[in-house]
Design a binder for this molecule. Structure first.
Ligand code: ACO
Length: 401
């Protein structure tokens, strides 16, 4: 609709344009555009390397607790023992959700709102219950966001199943308490370790779409809650954080390795994308896939682990890579982070609907760190567009159209 209630049709919007005759200057999807300098992470797409605040991801993720990764991103160094204890304590104290947010999640569950939409609603209200001074303190908001995102995910998950939310236990670490708030029981050490590795692996990744969205919001002088709410909206899409669920469903649909070729080829014949493969920046294998594959292997091959599923996933991956090479010889499509995210999170007994929200539990560390960096830079992000519409129209009264 345009002013005055007139409907503008798509036909009138696509008349030939003078702009179309100009030399194209648009970089669709901003591909290859460097929009800022950051000390937080470097994605080397040609070499397949990810550096997070100085650490190769394969060095950081298997060792760091999530709190250590948060400190590293915020302060550019690992915390000492006292600093770590203090951050653990501060995050634990910010975990409890404001009652109004719990009510909101209850309403979202009753309305069968999906977990990412429920998280977006809850995060948008996370500054409730704070004083005006606290609301304008970005450090305070950052603690609350990192601490409360997992609490909101877990509470909504339980409410959708008719279960009461489990109140946080400040004696537990961030990751163990996230799993406990989902299941009601403190997790075994290997499961908590598996999730620590996942969360640190995905905590930051250059100028991905959700991080960029957060930085755009902060660059206008807006607040951190608004920035993280926007980031969650961007993360939800299947081309960004929404891929691991479908990736796992494909593995289950295939069922046995012998069917991989038939099922995957049929998907490609229908023009579908294979979820968990391809990346805008990596032209070789995503290094996060190896870190998560190793963590998944540890989990699946230990004791009661489902080794068969792990072997099936490896066979599906090999077939997918071969088919993608055959079908798209000009485009190197390799395994991305989402394929092994799916396998690892399934091994941690997280249900599929929690995969993307759990990505948010990790990436919120990066969003808050980027927000700090962007605020310090203080430069409005405001690119240009090339006009491709009609020109020189003359107004026609509505009764003459
Ligand atoms: N399966 C099949 N074909 C693919 C795939 C795939 N997974 N990925 C890209 N292609 C094809 C495209 O169809 C296109 O073919 P065409 O040139 O014949 O039209 C070609 O490869 C290039 O694709 P682009 O769209 O230019 O690739 P882009 O860099 O924009 O996309 C993306 C990257 C979105 C990740 C894409 O590879 C994809 O959709 N993958 C599946 C979804 C997925 O796994 N997402 C998670 C990404 S990781 C993350 O965000 C955390």
């Amino acid at each position: 609709m345009v002013a005055g209630g007139t409907t503008m049709t798509w036909t009138t919007m696509t008349e030939p344009s003078h702009a179309a005759a100009k030399a194209p200057t648009v970089r669709a999807g901003l591909e290859g555009v460097v929009a800022a300098a950051t000390r937080l992470s470097e994605v080397d797409g040609a070499a397949g390397r990810l550096t997070i605040a100085g650490f190769p991801v394969e060095e950081l993720a298997p060792h760091a607790s999530f709190e250590e990764t948060v400190h590293l991103l915020w302060h550019d160094r690992l915390p000492g023992a006292d600093e770590l204890a203090q951050l653990r304590d501060e995050l634990a104290r910010h975990r409890a959700l404001p009652p109004a947010v719990l009510d909101l999640l209850q309403a979202a569950a009753a309305d069968r709102v999906g977990p990412m939409d429920a998280l977006r609603m809850a995060v948008g209200a996370l500054d409730l219950g704070l004083s005006p001074a606290e609301r304008s303190d970005p450090d305070r908001l950052a603690l609350r966001l990192i601490a409360a995102v997992p609490a909101a995910v877990a509470a909504h998950h339980r409410l959708t199943r008719g279960l009461e939310p489990v109140p946080p236990d400040p004696a537990l670490g961030h990751v163990a308490d996230y799993l406990r708030q989902i299941t009601g029981e403190a997790p075994p050490a290997d499961r908590a370790r598996g999730l620590e590795t996942y969360l640190s692996t995905v905590a930051d990744h250059g100028f991905n779409a959700s991080t960029f969205a957060a930085r755009v919001v902060v660059s206008t002088g807006s607040d951190l809650v608004s920035a993280v709410t926007a980031a969650i909206g961007a993360l939800k899409g299947p081309l960004h954080g929404g891929a691991p669920g479908p990736a796992l469903e494909t593995v289950f649909e295939i069922g046995v390795a012998e069917r991989a070729e038939e099922v995957l080829a049929a998907k490609l014949d229908r023009g579908e994308r294979l979820m968990g493969f391809g990346h805008r920046v990596y032209r070789v294998r995503d290094p996060r896939a190896d870190v998560l594959a190793a963590a998944a292997e540890r989990l699946f091959t230990a004791g009661s682990g489902d080794r068969e599923l792990y072997e099936l996933a490896r066979a599906v991956e090999a077939t997918a890579l071969r088919l993608l090479r055959e079908r798209k010889p000009d485009r190197r499509l390799e395994t991305n982070v989402e394929f092994y995210t799916a396998l690892l999170l399934h091994g941690l007994e997280l249900p599929v609907e929690l995969f993307t929200p759990t990505f948010a539990v990790g990436r919120v560390a990066g969003w808050t760190a980027h927000a700090r960096e962007q605020a310090a830079e203080g430069r409005l992000i405001r690119p240009l567009s090339e006009y491709a519409g009609a020109r020189g129209r003359r107004w026609v009264p509505v009764e003459e159209r």
